[in-house]
Design a protein around this ligand. Structure first.
Ligand code: ADP
Ligand code: MG
Length: 258
């Protein structure tokens, strides 16, 4: 187990309080709370449709929340633009990669790097450094990457914005066992480089290996919080997974099906 998820000195990097997001009558996010301290790696799990991606959209400014408050590093970002969120230091990946297929890997990552490096050469240097960390080839066209490569490219583009908080939305899904180990190592390197992480993932091995603390999302809010081992035993969590016909956590780490 890593030092992930540890509670650091009391400074909250992110404080999301009673965040909600409605689509018409439907409340996809229904009063969600999340506190993240600098240095944390927090796992966010929950059945499909629980509202995890929509919550990330609210935290990253992609979707203005219908209610609640999002404070990052002491700044109220509740209704700020995605760019303002990125500038403040929140980076995110999308569950469905949004890479620019016609551009090279390098240029895709430069799109992120331009946020803090307006000059082309500086942006290129930054992008190359990130590519070295993430293990992608710069001159490859993005369209030649498979899904795992595109997910890695999403991570690289987000990193190029130099986030203090990185929101990973199922970035490790669909990998072979070897690719998965590489990706876990990459997330760990990113964390060791000083980036705080919240990771949505169904693969319990990822959650167990990387995080010491998980939140369980169901029907738009957090229904449980604690160590991975403890939350998967809570009756409300078992019911959330069994009560719906969706994906359960994949029990490669063995704890879940007990
Ligand atoms: P998760 O990431 O936990 O699987 P999502 O946040 O993607 O869940 O979705 C939560 C719920 O909100 C789902 O029922 C989904 O269909 C609904 N939803 C998400 N985005 C929209 C949208 N733009 N319009 C209407 N409903 C949406
Ligand atoms: Mg999702």
């Amino acid at each position: 187990m890593s030092d992930a998820g540890r509670i650091t000195a009391a400074k909250h990097l992110l404080e999301a309080t009673s965040v909600s997001k409605s689509f018409g009558e439907f409340r996809a996010v229904a009063g969600a709370d999340l506190t993240v301290n600098e240095g944390d790696i927090i796992g966010l799990i929950g059945p499909n449709g629980a509202g995890k991606s929509t919550f990330f959209n609210c935290l990253a400014g992609e979707t203005p929340p219908s209610g609640g408050r999002i404070v990052f590093d002491g700044k109220d970002l509740t209704r700020a633009s995605p760019e303002a969120h990125a500038r403040a230091g929140i980076g995110r990946t999308f569950q469905v990669p949004t890479t620019f297929a016609d551009m090279s890997v390098l240029h895709n990552v430069m799109v992120g790097a331009f946020l803090r490096h307006p000059h082309r050469n500086d942006a290129r240097d930054k992008a190359r450094a990130v590519l070295e960390l993430t293990g992608l080839r710069a001159d490859q066209p993005a369209r030649s990457l498979g899904t795992p490569g595109r997910k890695r490219l999403e991570i690289a583009r987000a990193l190029a914005t130099e986030p203090r908080l990185l929101l990973l939305d199922e970035s490790l899904a669909g990998l072979t066992p070897n690719e998965l180990q590489d990706a876990i190592a990459l997330v760990r390197r990113i964390h060791q480089g000083g980036v705080t992480i919240v990771i949505v993932e169904h693969i319990m091995e990822v959650i167990m290996t990387l995080t010491g603390h998980v939140l369980v999302f169901n029907q738009g809010h957090v229904i449980a919080s604690g160590t991975p081992d403890s939350v998967v035993r809570e009756p409300a969590v078992i019911e959330a997974y069994l009560g719906r016909s969706h994906r359960r956590p994949q029990a490669t780490g063995s704890q879940v099906d007990r």
